[in-house]
Design a protein around this ligand. Structure first.
Ligand code: ZN
Length: 119
């Protein structure tokens, strides 16, 4: 039986089944290959590199359009991950008021977003 896909790297979108290690953070994941790439970027970064958001770089439209799909896929995974964590909180007896409080929203908003009707 093939290994199950549990999550994908939030950077390169490779599933856990195609990487050696997938490290989990709060709703996001990074694979060993992307960690190595990050280390090389950090090591080669000039000390005076400007601090600007990735979308503020001078990029051609084609490259911006290529980024939209991966950003949307990462967003979907984060939303699914959040719903799974909320489900876990419910399994453990968490109330909608507690969940809403943890998410900075009302009990009603938490229930409308993650309640049984959305499952
Ligand atoms: Zn990766």
């Amino acid at each position: 039986m093939a290994a199950a896909v549990i999550a994908r790297c939030s950077f390169c979108a490779k599933p856990n089944t195609e990487v050696d290690t997938l490290v989990g953070g709060p709703g996001v994941f990074i694979c060993d290959g992307c960690v190595q790439l990050c280390v090389s970027v950090i090591d080669g970064k000039p000390s005076d590199a400007p601090l600007i958001a990735p979308w503020e770089h001078d990029l051609p439209l084609e490259q911006v359009l290529q980024n939209l799909g991966p950003v949307a896929a990462a967003t979907t995974q984060v939303q699914q991950n959040l719903a799974a964590w909320v489900g876990k909180a419910r399994e453990l007896g968490g109330t909608w008021a507690q969940i809403g409080d943890a998410l900075g929203m009302t009990r009603q908003s938490a229930w409308e977003r993650f309640g049984p009707a959305t499952a």
